[in-house]
Design a protein around this ligand. Structure first.
Ligand SMILES: *Cc1c(COP(=O)(O)O)cnc(C)c1O
Length: 357
């Protein structure tokens, strides 16, 4: 593939030190952009300075929410390589989300090339400390200036980069989660299996109420029976019951996480029983009462593994594993982060080198 044109940024920002990063507030000097118009298709991929851009107030994304996004990470290994974890998986999911939101299909090879060149230009921004990374945020918005519901005839795609600090700067911290029995996030046949801003808009109210009640996150139940477990706002969920790892099956309203897939594949690779099926909140609480609920953890790109120490449902609270990080949670976290930082041999071909320092 031919090289994508680059307009270098006039400024060169100071790359902040690893301990001052936080999450999602600092952006690198360049971004990848690409445009779409009906009749022309996706065109003009290029790398340009990170900056504000203009949009008509009538731009359709602002009125009807036709948008999708992704979230993946680049890491710096000890031998100074810049690697991305399973980039093809994330880019393929980007197209699955596009299909659900009726956004025209993108050429994954062009996105991959754009990302690779962008990372080559911005490689000094990838922090090296364990736990830190360069967060990669691709997204597409409908830009057609039209106030009326139809499919947009114009779209803009961006890939922006943000160096992020360690999620667990103070060590693993099991979180307290509220099983949401009032609000719902998604229904089968809806948008739940797409990575789209609407799912987050739908989660704000419940999340805010749960926060006020002292919970870190909400665990969503199915919208029809309010019985079966779906996922946490930004993470998929796993239960270890009697040595078996169980996660809700992808039913059309759950986001198919790449970390979820990695956890399932890794557990099976280790010879553990890892099952995708319907699991009710009643079953989880009953397993706890019988002393069989060994661990609960969330999985997602941001945290990798997030141990759950407490679950609360209709006012009843259970404590899992003494509010301590479980053995499997820890082992999965160590294995996946070990792969990402180049400390563990990559037997699966999950880690792709994008640049060298
Ligand atoms: C991104 C996301 C996840 C986690 O997916 P990963 O690919 O593992 O990062 C889970 N649920 C929702 C709603 C998400 O948007």
């Amino acid at each position: 593939m031919t090289n994508i044109p680059v307009t270098p940024a006039g400024r060169k920002s100071m790359v902040p030190p690893a301990d001052q990063l936080g999450f999602g507030k600092i952006f690198t000097d360049h971004m990848f952009v690409m445009d779409y118009e009906t009749g022309k298709g996706w065109h003009s991929p290029q790398i340009v300075p990170y900056d504000q851009f203009s949009l008509y107030p009538a731009a359709m994304v602002l009125h009807y929410g036709q948008a999708i996004f992704e979230g993946m990470k680049a890491f710096k290994t000890e031998d100074n390589r810049i690697v991305v974890f399973r980039p093809q998986e994330y880019l393929n999911r980007f197209n699955r989300s596009a299909e659900i939101l009726c956004i025209p299909r993108m050429d994954v090879a062009v996105l991959h090339q754009g990302l690779k060149q962008l990372l080559e230009i911005e490689k000094q921004w990838v922090p090296g400390k364990l736990g830190t990374s360069l967060y990669i945020r691709p997204f597409v918005i409908a830009t057609d200036p039209y106030v009326g519901v139809k499919l947009s005839d114009a779209y803009k795609l961006f890939i922006i980069l943000s160096p992020v600090g360690a999620y667990y700067a103070a060590g693993f911290n099991p979180v307290s989660i509220k099983v949401e029995d009032k609000y719902i996030r998604a229904v089968p046949g809806g948008l739940g299996e797409a990575k789209t801003p609407a799912n987050y808009a739908a989660s704000l109210r419940a999340q805010q109420e749960a926060k006020k009640e002292g919970f870190a996150q909400v665990l969503w139940l199915d919208a029809v029976e309010r019985k079966y477990i779906e996922e946490v706002g930004t993470m998929n969920i796993f239960f270890k019951i009697n040595g078996e790892i169980i996660t809700p099956a992808l039913n059309g309203s759950i986001l198919g996480g790449i970390t979820r897939k990695t956890v399932l594949e890794t557990a099976r690779h280790w010879g553990m029983k890892a099952t995708e099926r319907k699991i009710s909140v009643e079953e989880v609480f009953a397993a706890h009462d019988q002393g069989q609920l060994e661990e609960v953890f969330g999985s997602g790109t941001a945290a990798v593994i997030s141990p759950v120490g407490e679950l609360s449902w209709k006012g009843r609270k259970i404590t899992i594993n003494n509010n301590q990080t479980g053995e499997t949670s820890q082992k999965l976290f160590d294995y996946v982060t070990g792969l990402q930082y180049g400390k563990v041999a990559d037997k699966h071909g999950w880690v792709e080198e994008m640049a060298r320092l």
